[in-house]
Structures are given as structure tokens and as C-alpha cells.
Ligand binder design. Structure first.
Ligand code: SF4
Length: 439
């Protein structure tokens, strides 16, 4: 079945089926247009109007399977949740969309309430996230606990997120292991959060293949307007490292007139789409395409990208002509789990073996302390590292996506507790048992 046939089926499917799941499991490359729950400044009526216009545009797309990803915004107790907002969309199209459920400001009881609304409204495709660090959260639920709840509900299709843009060996291993554990627990899909480094996408893909972890993956990409680009250059964004070359490229683009600026963004999207497709991902979640005209052009760019690069060699040419300069040369921290990434496709005849991790830097005295603290029931099996107590989000089941590229916690300068756990496990030769423990 071609992707166009599938699209027709998605538009006119009989009730009760889950089109998103069917598309994802068919292997068709698809596009999710991201939309957020509106902030308090936008009246509900206007927000709904915008959402419906976007939904109508997406429903009319036939070039590739397309749906929406509704991102949660739990910081405003008076506002809608992602699931409530998604429940306002057309009943007959809801099964083609994906909704985020965040643990920020929600206790497990509230998560159950949100899932009940999702079930009653036919929003069965749920991406589980811990949510922002934020200030003053009255409660928090770990994304792992949300995931367990989703997976326990009949008919739900649950997914998780991963931050592959890590340049520290233990922070990277912690992210990969968390994802591996979720896949072994039957995650239906995963979403790689925003970043710029194609090498990291191939590393992730190789890690999954070399461990026989099969789950459809989406890559979250950012469509930039001049305003968003300026903001990004000034304030940065978790997961995105802007090195010298990339900064220069973006500054050059900012000097272009608006038409040429947009052409540069669609060209970037086209190349990124080619990369995602060739590297084995199942689709793209596009953030920033908030107008029907942009959606239409984004669909053309994605289609063009995947049609123009059908082999790894095509892709390499496209990568070296338009992406490599601003990516590879941008990063001063370059730890890669495998060698020769972006030089060849996955070598099935000679599967890659992970690179040696550097010395974990754990002292004799720290190791001794670890042995003592193993007696502590809370820290048992975690090489003595207390995770939930020390994690500002109280995560118990793995690192969040906000961990910085060098392994620091998103809240400040201290080491992410999961990075510390993995570093200590490495020092104690206990890394291999961690996936099992995380499950
Ligand atoms: S300690 Fe790690 S998992 Fe916890 S909030 Fe910080 S970065 Fe996230």
C-alpha cells in the first residue's frame, strides 16, 4: 500500500480504528504538525477557530500521512490541558492525532482523570512527558509513571520522548537506556526532542538497531521565523547547541528578505526530512508551522526531501552539500557512541560496537561510600546514588529530556542524578544490568 492510499484510508476510515497507530505501524513516513494549548492571552473561541482551520488544512493533505501533535500546557490551572484541547477537534479525525500528557503540576490522580477524558473523547495516542522544571509545581508525576498508566489502559497507544543530543557519555547512555527500557515495555513510538545534530540521529538509530529495539521514531524539528531565530540565537533552547558555523549561517539568513529567508527554512526542512527518512525514522513532528500556508509548503518540502534522497549515497551528498558544515563543525564536545557515523548506512555485516567510555572519574573513597550506601533501601541497586530524592522533578524511572548536553541538570550546574548513577555504575562494572532495573 502506498502512502497516498494510506492517506485516503486515514481520511475516510471507519470509526473506532486508530489511524495514527495504523500509519505508524505500516512504516509510512508521516508528518505531525505541532500545536500547543493556547495561553491565557488568547480567548478560547479564537484558539478553537485557529485549531479548526489548521485541522481542515491537514485533513486535505494527500501528499503524505499527516496529523497533529497537541502539546500540553499544564502551567495554567485555569486553562485547558492538551487532552481537553484535543477533545475540541473533529470527532471523526481525532484518531489521526497525537496528544502530549505532562506530569508537571499533576499528581497520579489527576493523570488518571486526564486519561479518562482522553478515553471518552477518542484521544488514544498519548506521548508521556515529565514536563518543564518550572516554578511552584504543586505536584509532579514522572513520565515513566504516566507511561505505565497509559500502557495499562485498553485501546491506548503510548509513546515516550528521548533527548539524543547529549555529548557526555553517561548522560547519553542514560537517555538511550531509558528509551530502550520503554521500548521493551512496548512503547508504540518515541519522539526525539528538538536538536540540530544529524550524527546524533544516526547514533540513536544505530543504538536501537544494534540492540534489536524496534519502535517507530519521530524527530521533532523547528520551523523558524526571523523572530524565533533571533530568540534562539539570544536565549538558546534545551537540546540545541548553536556552534560557530551554525550561528554564522543563521545570522546570514537573518539578513535575507522574508521571501528568501523562508526559502532557506524550507530548504533546511527538506534536507532534514531526507535525513530522518534515510536514517530510519518514521516521521517528523514539526513545531512552528502554525499557519495553513506554512503547513502546505512544509508538506511540499518534506515530500521533496524524501523523494529526492532514496539511497544513503544520495543523502550523504545532500548532507555534505548543505548540512555538514553548520552541524559537525559546530560542536566542541563530540562524544559519539559509535565510530564512522554518517559515513555509511547501518553495517549489518559488521555491526558497530559501542566506543569505550572514558574513565568515570569515581575515586576509591567514593566507591567505598557507594558500598556503604547500598545498604540504604532507597538507593539499592543504583550504585548508592539516590535519584528521586535528588532530582528536582523527582523522577524515579529515568532522566528527563531537559538534561543539558554536557550532563548537567536543567535546573543548574549540578550533575544530573541519572548521569551520576550511570557514571558510578560504570565505575562498578554494573552498566549492563541497568536497562533491566529501569524496566
Ligand atoms: S536531575 Fe536529571 S532527570 Fe532530574 S530534572 Fe535534572 S536533568 Fe532532569
Amino acid at each position: 500500500m502506498g502512502s497516498n492510499d494510506l492517506q485516503l484510508e486515514m481520511n475516510f476510515s471507519e470509526k473506532q480504528q486508530n489511524s495514527f497507530r495504523k500509519t505508524v505501524e505500516s512504516g509510512a513516513f508521516s508528518l505531525l504538525i505541532e500545536s500547543s494549548v493556547p495561553g491565557p492571552q488568547l480567548p478560547a473561541r479564537d484558539a478553537m477557530k485557529q485549531l479548526r482551520v489548521l485541522e481542515e488544512e491537514i485533513a486535505g493533505i494527500s501528499a503524505l500521512p499527516c496529523g497533529m501533535a497537541i502539546v500540553d500546557r499544564p502551567g495554567n490551572p485555569e486553562g485547558w490541558s492538551g487532552i481537553e484541547f484535543a477533545s475540541q477537534m473533529s470527532e471523526e479525525l481525532r484518531d489521526r492525532h497525537l496528544v502530549y500528557l505532562s506530569g508537571f503540576n499533576r499528581d497520579p490522580g489527576e493523570i488518571d482523570r486526564q486519561l479518562a477524558i482522553a478515553g471518552n473523547s477518542g484521544n488514544f495516542n498519548i506521548a508521556c512527558v515529565s514536563g518543564d522544571l518550572g516554578e511552584g509545581a504543586a505536584a509532579r508525576t514522572d513520565s515513566g509513571q504516566i507511561f505505565k498508566k497509559v500502557m495499562a489502559k485498553k485501546g491506548f497507544f503510548g509513546g515516550v520522548t528521548v533527548n539524543p543530543y547529549q555529548y557526555d557519555p553517561w548522560a547519553l547512555t542514560a537517555q538511550y537506556s531509558k528509551l530502550g527500557a520503554r521500548i521493551l515495555s512496548d512503547a508504540g513510538f518515541f519522539i526525539a526532542q528538538t536538536g540540530w545534530d544529524t550524527l546524533k540521529l544516526q547514533s540513536l538509530s544505530w543504538y536501537l538497531l544494534s540492540h534489536d529495539f524496534y519502535a517507530p521514531g519521530f524527530v521533532r524539528l523547528l520551523f523558524l521565523t526571523p523572530e524565533r531565530m533571533k530568540h534562539l540565537l539570544e536565549h538558546g533552547q534545551p537540546g540545541i547547541i548553536i556552534g560557530k558555523e551554525l550561528r554564522r549561517t543563521m545570522e546570514r539568513e537573518l539578513k535575507l528578505d522574508r521571501v528568501l529567508f523562508d526559502v532557506a527554512q524550507f530548504t533546511r526542512l527538506e534536507r532534514q526530512a531526507a535525513a530522518c527518512r534515510i536514517l530510519g525514522f518514521s516521521g517528523i513532528q514539526l513545531c512552528g508551522a502554525d499557519h495553513p500556508k506554512i503547513v502546505a509548503e512544509a508538506v511540499n518540502a518534506v515530500r521533496k526531501g524524501i523523494d529526492s534522497c532514496t539511497t544513503f549515497e544520495d543523502f550523504l551528498e545532500c548532507y555534505h552539500n548543505g548540512m555538514a558544515e553548520s552541524e559537525v563543525n559546530s560542536f566542541h564536545l563530540k562524544f559519539q557512541l559509535f565510530d564512522r557515523v554518517l559515513k555509511r548506512p547501518y553495517p549489518f555485516d559488521d555491526p558497530p560496537s559501542p566506543a569505550e567510555l572514558p574513565d568515570p572519574g569515581v575515586t576509591f573513597w567514593e566507591k567505598t561510600a557507594v558500598r556503604f550506601s547500598r545498604k540504604d533501601a532507597f538507593a539499592k541497586n543504583r550504585q548508592g546514588v539516590s535519584t528521586a530524592m535528588k532530582c528536582p522533578k523527582h523522577n524515579t524511572l529515568g532522566p528527563c529530556g531537559g538534561v543539558r548536553h554536557d550532563g548537567r541538570c536543567e535546573s543548574g550546574s549540578q550533575e544530573c542524578v541519572y548521569r551520576k548513577w550511570f557514571r558510578f555504575a560504570h565505575a562498578c562494572d554494573a552498566l549492563s544490568g541497568i536497562e533491566k532495573e529501569m524496566i
